[in-house]
Structure formats: C-alpha cells, structure tokens
Write a protein that binds this ligand. Sequence first.
Ligand SMILES: *[C@@H]1O[C@H](CO)[C@@H](O)[C@H](O)[C@H]1NC(C)=O
Ligand SMILES: *[C@@H]1O[C@H](CO)[C@@H](O)[C@H](O)[C@H]1NC(C)=O
Ligand SMILES: *[C@@H]1O[C@H](CO)[C@@H](O)[C@H](O)[C@H]1NC(C)=O
Ligand SMILES: *[C@@H]1O[C@H](CO)[C@@H](O)[C@H](O)[C@H]1NC(C)=O
Ligand SMILES: *[C@@H]1O[C@H](CO)[C@@H](O)[C@H](O)[C@H]1NC(C)=O
Length: 707
Amino acid sequence: MFIYWIQLIVCLLSYINIIHAYKVGTGIADITGPCAQIMFMGYAELGQTGEGIRQRIWARAYIVADDQDDTKRIVFVNTETQSMGDIVKKRVIQSLQKQYGKSLYTEQNVMLSSTHSHSGPGGYLQQALYELSVLGWIEETTQPMVQGIVQAIARAHDSVQPGKLHLAVDELLDTNINRSGASYLMNPLEERKQYKYNVDKNMTVLGFHSSAGEPLGLISWFAVHGVSVNNTNRLINGDNKGYAAYVTDRKINPHGTLSGKGKFVAAFAQSNEGDVSPNTLGSFCTGTTISCDGSKNDKCPTGSSCNGRGPGWKTSDYESNRIIGQQQSDKALELYEKQENQLNGIIDSRSKLFDISKMVINGTKKLCRPAMGYAFAAGTTDGPALTTLGFYQNMTHGTLGWDIVKDILRTPTKEQTDCQQPKPILLDTGEITIPNPWQPTILEIQLFRLGDVFIASTPSELTTMSGRRLRRAIKSRLNSRGIQVQDVIYSGPANGYASYCATYEEYQKQRYEGASTPYGPHTLSAYIETFNELVDAMANGSPASSVPLPDYTNQAFNLSPPKIADFKPITHQFGDIVTDVVVKPNGYSSGQTVSASFVAGNPRNNLMLDKTYLTVERYMPSSTSTKTNTNADSSWVVIRTDNDWDTRFNWKRNQVLLGRSTAIIEWDVDDTVEAGTYRLGYFGHHQSILKKRVTAHHGYSTPFEVQ
Ligand SMILES: *[C@@H]1O[C@H](CO)[C@@H](O)[C@H](O)[C@H]1NC(C)=O
Ligand SMILES: *[C@@H]1O[C@H](CO)[C@@H](O)[C@H](O)[C@H]1NC(C)=O
Ligand SMILES: *[C@@H]1O[C@H](CO)[C@@H](O)[C@H](O)[C@H]1NC(C)=O
Ligand SMILES: *[C@@H]1O[C@H](CO)[C@@H](O)[C@H](O)[C@H]1NC(C)=O
Ligand SMILES: *[C@@H]1O[C@H](CO)[C@@H](O)[C@H](O)[C@H]1NC(C)=O
C-alpha cells in the first residue's frame, strides 16, 4: 500500500512537471481617436484627413501567466494602428504601474504590437519625420490610445483564469503577394531555394481556452500590409486585419454586445510584411492593363500611376478589404478549432532598448545615423507618392533638381554618405535635429517565451527575407543555448516605429523598402546581433541592459486644425434632421442604402469611446431585451453601431459658414436583415463659443420599413 502511494505521488509530480498549466486572460477596448480633421497615418497623403468612421479601431490584450506563480506573466497587445509609439508604450507602463505596482507589468513583459493599418488618425510618433507626415504630435490621438490600451490590459487582468494554449500553423493562399519582387531576387539563390514562395504564406494561430474548454480568444499572425483600403479613404477603419477581427469576434460571440465585444477576443497581428501587399492581382498602370512595378523602366503612361489591385478592385477597395479580411478570419478559425500542440513550460520575457546607430558588426561593418533614400519619396504600388515629381522605385542615384532642394534642408556629411552606400540620401534624418530628431536611434527589441514558442518583435517593418533570417537566427541561438524551439513568431512593428528593414542584398537595389531602411545596409545584422544578447540573457536568467528612452514631446509641434466652436442654423437645433430617410412605400430591400443627415457638432468634442455616434434601431414593442437605448423609448432595440461594417458615420464641415457641420448616417441593408420597422439615430456633442461648454445632442430619422 505504501509503495503504491509513493508511486502515485511520483506520477503526479512528473505530471505537474510535464504539463505546465497556465492562467490566461483576454480583454478589448476602444482606441478610436479623433475621426475628423486629423490626418491618417501611413500614406503621408496631405489632405487625407478623417471625415468619420467606417469601423472603430481597437486594442486587444492577452495575458498568459504561470499557474504556479502568476506574477510571472506576459502581456501581448494587438493595436489597430499603423505602428506603435515608443512614448505610447512608456505612458502605458506608467499607468499600469500606478494601478498594479512596479513589478507586475513592466516594459519587459508588455508588448504593444501594431496591425499596420493605414486608415487611423496619426500623431502618436514623437520623431519629426513621422510627425510631419500627419502634421504633428497630437495628444488628441495619443491619449485615448494610451487609455484604451491600458483598459484592454485591465480587462484581461480581471479575466485571468486557469486556461490552455494551442499553436497551429498552415498556409493561407491568395491573400498576400510580393510588391518588390526585384529586390527579393537580389537575395542569394541558395537561400531563396529553401522557400516555396517569395512571401510568407504561413498563418500562425495561438488559441486560448479556459481549462473547461470554453473559447476565450485567439491571436493570428500573418504577413500582409494594412493597405487594402487606399489613400482616398476618409473614414477610420482597421483595414483587412480590423475587418478579420470584427467578423471573427462576431461569429464566436453571436449574443455578445453589438460592437463584437463579447467574451471571445480575436486579434489579427502583423508579421514580416515589409514587401508584402494585399493587392493580390498585381500592379497595373491605372486605367490600363499594363502591368508595372513602380521602377523607372516600368514608367506608366502620362496621367496614370502604378497601383496594386486587390481581389475586389472592380467593385471597390472596401470590397478587396472585406475579401482579404474574411480569408484571414476563416483560416484563423480553422486553425483555432484544431486545438493541436498544447503549449506548456516556462513563461519568460526580455526587452532591450539600444542605440542602433552606434553599433559596429564584426569590427568593421558600421551602422549609420538614419537617412531615407530617393525611392522613399516614390512610395509603393500600394500608395504611390511623388511619382509625378520624378521619383520612382530602385533609385541608386539622386536627381540634380532634388539634390539642390534637399541640400537646403541638410547636406549629408561624407561619413553619412559613405555609411549609407549605395543609398542616395534624400532626407538626412539622422543629422537634422530641429525641432527634434527626425527618426529614432534608440530602438526596442523584445522576446517572449511560452514554453517552446517564442515571440520576437522590433519596431521595424521587416521584409519577407529579413523576417525569415531573424527568426532563423533566434532559433539557432536558442538551440545553441540548449533551449528547444517549436516556433519563433515575428510580431511587429511593435513598441515604437523605425520604418523598414530590408536585407543587405535587397538594400543594394534601393527600391522603396531599401530606401526606407534608415540605418544602412547592416540594419538586419544589428537586430540579429542584439537578439543574440537577449537570448543569452534569457538563457542565463540575467537581465538585459537598456539605455533610457528620450522623450521629445515637450518640443513637439502640432499643425492640425484647432477645434473651434460649433454653430447651427438659427431655425434648427443640434441633432435636427437636415435630410430625412426617403420612406419607400414597399420598404427597403437587400442591396439598398438608407441614409439621413443631421445638424451636427464636431465629433472631436467627444470621442464616444466604447459608445457610438450612430445607431440603427429596430422597433420591437414586446422585446424584453436590455440592449435598448436608455434615453429613448425602450421598444427600440439597437442592432447596429458605428463599429459595424455595413454602417458609415460621415461628418462634413460646411466650408462657407464656418463652424456649421452635418452628420450623414448610412446603412447598407443586406439579406441578413429581418423584415421590420427601423430608424437611424445620431449622437453628438457641440461646443458653445462662450465658456467652451460641451453639450450632448441626438436625433432620429423617421421610421422606415425593411421588407
Ligand atoms: C511576385 O510574385 C508573383 C507570384 O509569385 C509573380 O508572378 C510576380 O512576378 C512577382 N512580382 C514581382 C514584382 O517580382
Ligand atoms: C511554414 O510552416 C511549416 C509548418 O510549420 C514549416 O515547416 C515552414 O518552415 C514554415 N515556412 C516558413 C517560411 O516559415
Ligand atoms: C481607391 O479606392 C476608391 C474607392 O473604392 C476607388 O474609386 C479608386 O479607384 C481606388 N484607387 C485606386 C488607384 O485603385
Ligand atoms: C559577422 O561574422 C559572422 C561570423 O563569421 C558571420 O556569420 C556574419 O555574417 C558576419 N556579419 C556581417 C554583417 O558581415
Ligand atoms: C530598376 O529595376 C529594373 C527592373 O526591376 C532594372 O531593369 C533597372 O536596371 C533598375 N535600375 C536601377 C537604377 O537599379
């Protein structure tokens, strides 16, 4: 009997040792900044300011803690942004430490990753080049972003419970394509031969379940630029990954709240997307069938530019966005449902802030102060920039006219020109410091460990081959330290923004991605070398050393339009109808759009975080639902908000009568809508000229029928 007990205890102990259980938590919060008058971050398209909301943008947070010692935890946050601000992370950590003490959440174990969407308001990056592209450092964008990220983490914190993690990988085809094939071909043939595709087609999904098997959430990683929605769009949305997250959340939480905020939280995170486009049909000169790649020899006829085409381009870029998003959602759920490869083992994390511009590789290969090449100004086939001004992709020489112009800004030193070879320097960002440094030199890299799965991040957009080399280098360093590796996932851009990172060979071509690799040809080698230190620190159980992060926000500028008082026509109140819905005798049917417009205030008066500027409401007199609007007749049930894909909140300022504005609410009726009586609602705020008081207002359309 005694022997039996000993055996049982030994058996139990070894079981505990092998299956290392986790505690997990998930949370989501709204980070939608000002949806009007502020420039979108990504395309650097002057005049591309917000005019409303197609979908809100969100932060989704995941906590994984060791079951035995739950102070050992990691926090992964996916934000629907173009990139992350180093100052955003600093403020998030400060706020978390105020709430939870100094040791539970630190820069070491919190990773803020970005989906690289190009359709959200800018102003959260502190370096002048990025500020210039959106006209400033904008607290109005940054503060709700910080608050929302902290709130998502707090919600994840409050939901921490015993749970399980699974990891699954599979190919997803027809959802991404190379956009700089000529650069990719510069990489050695031997290396290219190891891979089936010229972009990464693997999607990796980390699945979260409670210990009882209840679905809690997933994180998917797949490399594809967030540029399905093009640079003519003026409505905030999360691009293809935002759409993927929205449809996935809604599918699993059918009875969750209307914005998709149920218990299940799905994040679609970014990976090595530097040279990867969602425009899967390839690139063509607009209005023609001539294919092109944006280089000089591929010049498009006058009046036409080289643009990528998504799968739904004949309908609209939104249709392409929907398709690319839906495909990611479908694959992620397929992988999630497999529940294979249950993870177990140690939770660990390290981050390191280092000055990349001061590094020297192997004693001779110097990293450079940042600079951008000529092709940076050409943009890409996903958003051509100054192509009519003589910029094109793969420029290894400057042009006389622009050489004169750029030298007025700053003539690069000989040291800088040599260091950046063969890049012709257009913007010597590392040698201009007015009003503050133009690009960062202090960068943060980070490494998470969940058993034998690792998540690595940098603030750069890694090209396909850069990502592969980095993952391989991290894996081989871990192996050399006796650590088993199932997978190294690359997540980013994260924790800051440092433009692109092309391989040494791709850099020689100086297409857009190489021209936008700021620290010279050895940028990737510098990352790999610094990750080696991080792996060693993790293997040794020692801390990684860091340098302090500079904060220039007190010397920042903001040239975006100030918010002024709101005015209305004398005969109207705020919230009054301007143009009512057209009431059709037979009602609306699938494929038709209902719209109404209202006397509005500036949406910047109140961002309505976790709320909505619009509603679509259904008349249900017998309903006992609690989802009703509190300040209205409880027979009206909200069925759509401004976060829904089939609604649009458009805001227009009247250009002639300053301060007057209109909100236009639109709803696309489709065949999933039940027959019944509906109305549109608008919810806004106006600011009076005296005392700057902000007051709420709202209005409803006349009810209408859907057949
Ligand atoms: C990108 O890849 C596609 C499919 O593999 C190929 O047909 C195309 O030529 C490549 N594009 C460039 C610019 O090399
Ligand atoms: C894609 O995933 C498969 C299966 O895990 C793996 O063998 C392959 O190396 C991965 N490809 C890349 C490019 O990472
Ligand atoms: C950008 O999107 C708009 C709206 O879908 C479309 O009309 C326009 O043709 C697109 N531009 C290009 C270059 O594809
Ligand atoms: C530095 O030296 C190592 C070892 O010889 C080599 O593998 C690596 O490619 C070198 N890095 C660069 C940038 O030359
Ligand atoms: C640019 O690329 C094209 C084809 O991709 C090539 O023919 C041309 O020589 C390149 N130009 C330069 C300056 O590298």
